[in-house]
Design a protein around this ligand. Sequence first.
Ligand code: 2BA
Ligand code: 2BA
Length: 109
Amino acid sequence: MKLIMAVIQDKDSNRLSDALVKADYRATKLASTGGFLKAGNTTFLIGTEDEKIEDLMSLIKENCQSRDQLVAPISPMGGNADSYVPYPVEVQVGGATVFVLPVEQFEQF
Ligand code: 2BA
Ligand code: 2BA
């Protein structure tokens, strides 16, 4: 068994959850925050059998798209001056950042 951890954009999270339910996958959604943009994103935990990983990867790929996002300069006043970027920067936020971890044991009580 494997555990997929997928960080995706909030905009795609409903679409992906619907697709997962439709394809009969079990999942848990966590509200998360990107370390760089400091904006909300969604982390999916999906525990599934090894042979389903490929299908699950295509499903995630189909339902999540990458987008360009402008990082507006934010005044460091009252904040952390170390992370101050004085001009807008465009970054490409990927459709999904996916980690596949081995699962040693799985129980449901
Ligand atoms: P359980 O299977 O006891 O799951 C309870 C919660 O545990 C799930 O909440 C989900 O957050 C998490 N979970 C379970 N299996 C998981 C896995 N393989 N990977 C990641 N997280 C997992 P919900 O998704 O809200 O589901 C509540 C209950 O609804 C489930 O209880 C199950 O009885 C049923 N269910 C879930 N998905 C279903 C589906 N695709 N078709 C039919 N019934 C489903
Ligand atoms: P954020 O950390 O908010 O990053 C958003 C986007 O900003 C990234 O998109 C990347 O294009 C850019 N970026 C991130 N860190 C950067 C840096 N130090 N310098 C320059 N540009 C940077 P993605 O790579 O597609 O990542 C989207 C989100 O996925 C990330 O949001 C983060 O929450 C998560 N993520 C990405 N790689 C990760 C990793 N190796 N471990 C854990 N989470 C990761």
